[in-house]
Design a protein. Structure first.
Lengths: 460, 172
């Protein structure tokens, strides 16, 4: 009875009215708000899905790039018989996603881009936050218009095996490649695409410029990283079978004959200490005109307004023998152009000159162009200095038109290099280029269905 | 409780409940409009996804205006313009936008034997959908942007995407 009274009194009382009223109002407000929240979540879910899709796609593409990097270095990421798939290979995680890829090698007709090529097909799968995307990329060794030929200067006019340094207003007007670092200092400019060794870098200091074009017009900030190997010079029998005997008998001297020295004798036939065995020294406004095809020198020195001319239309190869064979000690300068000296055509007609340095693994050798010297001022000829074991230095207003390869290349004080048409097709005589890894270039990219399938390219 | 207190409470209650009802009615009223917007957005998103995928797989753009894009690309179909399949084959895909809609036609890579025209997006406020970015000195665009400005009963809203052509170096 008492309980009923208390309940009746409680229901009749105003106390307790506020709580249910507030709760009802809160529920009503939450219902209204939830409509907007649900709509917003629906919209956001699309955005999240799009972001996941794009990221997963990027992760999948990174897997392709990782696999291609292996193949282009000549190392397969996994092993399988030709035509068969290998994998999955777990790739390096990118953007917090998981990546794995499969690959298979093929050749000839299977590549569907020509008979004389090899190709690799890579299927890569990227997964980010539960979103999976797969891509299928086929790459081949088929040459493209942009792909380089086989000569050492096919893709760059200045090469160095170890390092390349440009200092004090030095300028290169062609592409360069080094297996080491490239350093630009003090207003130096690199005009043409550059590539450095793997893990190396191009460093710019003090008002330097890096441009994508030879005319230094388009600023560039990116550069390649790739391995560079310069094969040594194979001179064959050039040391004994050559046109050296022509010097001073058929290859005549202009100017004062006492200022030209070859093999220990001046052009007058007098013994001279100015030059030793297979050394050619020309100085004091004199010049020598070469008309042979192959020469074997130990040293070539042009001083004080002297010149080495090449008969118009001729193609001359000058081998510089190893320092051991020449009896030199370490640090010898085998090619030295000083003080307004030059090498050029006798008539301005096209010629082709290749100066190939055998060098040495044990003894250092140098190539020096200094003080207003020039190699083919008109810059329409094909000059090549190929010295993969020598230090090459261009200094003090030296001007070179052609292609240069050295163990190291250092340019200083307004030295300039221009590219000559034709040097890109230069091939190293007597040298079998080492077996290098095939370079695969992508030619077909397609997206696959998201679901992993067998074989890996199913649904692509 | 006095009569004054009771009246005051009733008035305040009516104000609160009226406000809540107004908000609720507004939400109910705008729901169809929001649904239509979401549907249009989904349609545009699906189409943008398809266009970007085909651009990504494309190797050559032909007609490149703000309202029309012709691209040689890979399409997962048994035949160009035919039924869908699991393997991609080379085809020519044309997107044409006019008025408030865009349509898609798939033909052979040389443009012959076009399939049916299919409307892929509607509700546009502007037929200028495509934008092009050229690499220095390049004759063909290397990047194509896609922008749908969709009308709603309120403010128009924009969906943008874009992609670089992955197969562009290949000969067509």
């Amino acid at each position: 009875m008492a309980l009923l009274k208390r309940l009746s009194a409680r229901l009749a009382s105003e106390q307790g009215f506020a709580v249910p009223t507030v709760m009802l109002m809160t529920i009503a407000a939450m219902a209204v708000a939830s409509v907007g929240v649900v709509a917003s979540i629906q919209g956001q879910s699309g955005v999240v899905r799009d972001q996941g899709t794009k990221t997963a796609l990027e992760v999948a593409e990174s897997g392709v790039n990782q696999a291609l990097l292996y193949y282009n270095r000549g190392v397969a990421p996994c092993t399988a018989k030709e035509g068969e798939w290998c994998g999955p290979v777990t790739g390096m995680s990118v953007n917090g996603g998981a990546v794995e890829y499969w690959s298979r090698l093929a050749s000839g007709d299977e590549c569907e881009v020509g008979n004389q090529v090899d190709c690799v097909e890579i299927v890569s799968q990227g997964t980010v936050n539960g979103v999976t995307r797969r891509v299928d990329v086929s790459s081949s060794t088929v040459p493209t218009e942009e792909s380089p030929g086989s000569g050492p200067f096919a893709s760059a006019g200045v090469l160095s095996q170890e390092s390349m340094t440009l200092d004090s207003n030095a300028v290169i007007h062609t592409g360069v490649a080094t297996n080491g670092d490239m350093i630009l200092k003090s207003n130096a400019r690199q005009c043409g695409k550059a590539s450095v060794g793997i893990g190396k870098k191009l460093t710019q200091e003090q008002n330097t410029g890096y441009y994508s074009d030879a005319l230094c017009k388009s600023k560039e900030s990116t550069y390649l990283q790739q391995a560079l190997t310069l094969p040594p010079v194979n001179q064959g029998d050039a040391a004994t079978n050559n046109d050296n005997a022509r010097l001073f008998s058929q290859d005549l001297v202009s100017g004062n004959k006492s200022d030209a020295c070859w093999n220990g004798f001046t052009a007058e036939g007098k013994a001279s200490k100015n030059c030793d065995t297979r050394e050619l020294v020309v100085e004091q406004n004199s010049s020598v005109t070469l008309g042979g095809s192959v020469y074997s020198f130990c040293k070539l020195k042009l001083l004080n307004n002297s010149a080495l001319y090449v008969v118009a239309g001729k193609s001359v190869t000058i081998y510089f023998d190893s320092p051991e064979a020449c009896g030199y000690s370490s640090g010898v300068t085998q090619l030295e152009l000083q003080s307004n000296s030059r090498i050029t055509s006798s008539s301005g007609s096209p010629i082709s000159v290749a100066m190939l340095f055998v060098g040495s693994e044990a003894l250092s050798t140098k190539v020096l162009l200094n003080s207003n010297t020039s190699v083919e001022e008109s810059c329409d000829q094909n000059f090549v200095v190929y010295a993969p074991r020598s230090e090459v230095e261009l200094n003090s207003n030296a001007r070179f038109c052609g292609a240069i390869a050295g163990k190291s290349v250092h340019m200083d004080s307004n030295a300039v290099v221009w590219s000559a048409s034709g040097s890109e097709s230069f091939s190293l005589p007597g040298v079998e280029l080492p077996e290098t890894a095939a370079h695969y270039t992508p030619y077909r990219f397609v997206e696959c269905s998201a679901v992993e399938a067998s074989p890996p390219d199913a649904g692509c | 409780m006095t009569l004054v207190e009771l009246l005051l409470a009733a008035v305040l209650g009516l104000v609160v409940i009226g406000g809540a009802f107004t908000m609720f009615a507004g939400a109910i009223h705008s729901q169809p409009r929001d649904s239509a917007k979401v549907a249009a957005l989904q349609e545009a998103r699906t189409t943008a996804d398809r266009i970007t995928r085909e651009l990504r797989q494309g190797w050559e753009t032909r007609t490149t205006t703000s309202s029309k894009l012709e691209i040689a690309t890979y399409v997962k179909a048994a035949t160009c313009g035919g039924a869908a399949a699991s393997t991609a084959i080379p085809c020519l895909v044309t997107y044409t936008c006019s008025g408030m809609t865009c349509s898609r036609v798939v033909a052979q890579p040389d443009g012959s034997a076009p399939g049916p025209s299919v409307q892929v997006v509607s509700g546009l406020t502007n037929a200028a959908v495509f934008t092009y970015t050229y690499a220095s000195g390049a004759a063909d665009p290397t990047y194509v942007g896609v922008t749908f400005v969709l009308s709603g009963s309120g403010q128009p809203f924009t969906l943008s995407d874009g992609v670089a052509l992955r197969n562009q170096s290949e000969e067509a």
